[in-house]
Design a protein around this ligand. Structure first.
Ligand code: PLP
Length: 365
């Protein structure tokens, strides 16, 4: 069988050593003939798994003491809704950027919630740039500015996370957590990231919340009649074991964070992401291929480009599949090619893909 290089936009490739470790653990995780799939969430074994996952997240991401960490079930879209009644009340003003498919849904949820939504940057319809933060007109009374740090569908990402804008940030880092070290902590109110891209598997989210924001969320959630079991404070107070948690996804998140730590940590993950991206964009910039986003906004994880014709796009996908390069078809609305390389994709896979781009250009260009 040809070796597989898996470039799925999400759920995405896990590091092979983590999959091997998990395969062993599925038979016996705790040396007592019981696996993480079965262990009681009230057992001391699971308490250790849970504590380890929190601790490694804190270490790897260098989360300062000003912020708390918790795991919830839910994906990112649930957080679009859940954060509103915990950080704001109806009638409050919130600022958003509309930079892609996910950001657009986040804006729609905020609008539906009765908040006054100021879209300070609107990338529609092409979503090829992320704008110029210094030009954004953020209302002075805005409770926060919501940013989608990486846009998986259109392949755009802030080269630096905007900061110094005089407003608290809420960051959707679902496809960028654990690959960048420029989080402006002091002004970051909330970060959420659902698992299955740079870390973990689907089924849980990592939430990082500034302490004063968490405290303020308690009365707000009550006043806004959010059910207690949906509140960040309840998850935090219960150390993320409020009710039966997604034990396995949280364990896998912890295992992938541990792998990243052993591989050299956050700085190394960031360096590798940029190195893998440079290999692909290097090929794009040699011609024949046309990159979709404007250059300063290129994503370090999702490489979106097209070939001269739709027929060549399809041929590229088909020939790549023959060589084991999988899941690179563009999103249904954008067409073209989208190749995604999160932390679990090896440098070798990136090199293989870049070589394939080169060979395909030579043959058909
Ligand atoms: C993948 C992705 C989402 C969607 O995540 P779900 O957990 O499926 O809701 C949202 N935002 C960003 C930035 C993403 O990359």
């Amino acid at each position: 069988m040809t070796k597989t290089h898996y470039f799925s936009p999400g759920p995405a490739a896990l590091p092979v050593p983590v999959r091997e470790q998990l395969a062993r653990e599925l038979l016996d995780t705790f040396g007592m003939g019981v696996s993480i799939l079965e262990i009681s969430h009230r057992s001391k074994q699971y308490e250790e798994v849970n504590a380890r996952a929190h601790a490694v997240a804190r270490r790897l991401l260098a989360i300062p003491d000003t912020h708390e960490v918790l795991f919830t079930p839910f994906g990112a879209q649930q957080h679009f809704c859940l954060l509103l009644p915990q950080l704001t009340s109806p009638g409050d003003t919130v600022a958003y950027t509309d930079t892609g498919v996910w950001a657009h849904i986040a804006v729609a949820e905020a609008q539906a919630s009765g908040r006054t939504v100021e879209v300070v940057f609107d990338g529609q319809p092409n979503y090829t740039t992320l704008g110029t933060p210094s030009e954004w007109k953020i209302p002075r009374h805005a409770k926060f500015l919501h940013l989608t740090v990486n846009n998986t569908v259109y392949g755009t990402e802030y080269a630096r996370i905007p900061s110094g804008l005089g407003v608290d940030l809420v960051l959707d880092m679902t496809s960028s957590l654990a690959a960048r070290s420029d989080i402006p902590w002091a002004e970051t109110a909330l970060i959420y990231a659902s698992a299955q891209k740079n870390f973990g598997i689907a089924g849980c989210s990592l939430v990082i919340v500034r302490k004063d924001v968490l405290d303020a969320s308690r009365p707000l959630a009550k006043a806004n009649r959010l059910g207690n079991a949906l509140s960040y404070a309840a998850f935090f107070d219960a150390k993320s074991i409020l009710n039966t948690p997604p034990c396995f996804p949280i364990h896998v998140a912890g295992r992938t964070f541990e792998w990243m730590e052993a591989e050299g940590g956050l700085a190394e993950m960031e360096r590798r992401a940029l190195q893998k991206a440079a290999l692909v964009y290097g090929e794009v910039d040699r011609g024949f291929y046309k990159g979709r986003p404007e250059k300063p906004y290129r994503s370090r994880h999702n490489f979106v480009f097209s070939l001269p014709t739709a027929e060549l796009d399809a041929l590229f996908v088909a020939e790549a599949a023959k060589e084991g390069l999988l899941e690179i078809k563009g999103y249904r609305t954008t067409g073209g090619i989208r190749c995604s390389m999160y932390n679990g994709v090896s440098l070798e896979s990136a090199q293989t893909f870049a070589h394939f781009m080169d060979a395909f250009r030579t043959k058909y260009g």
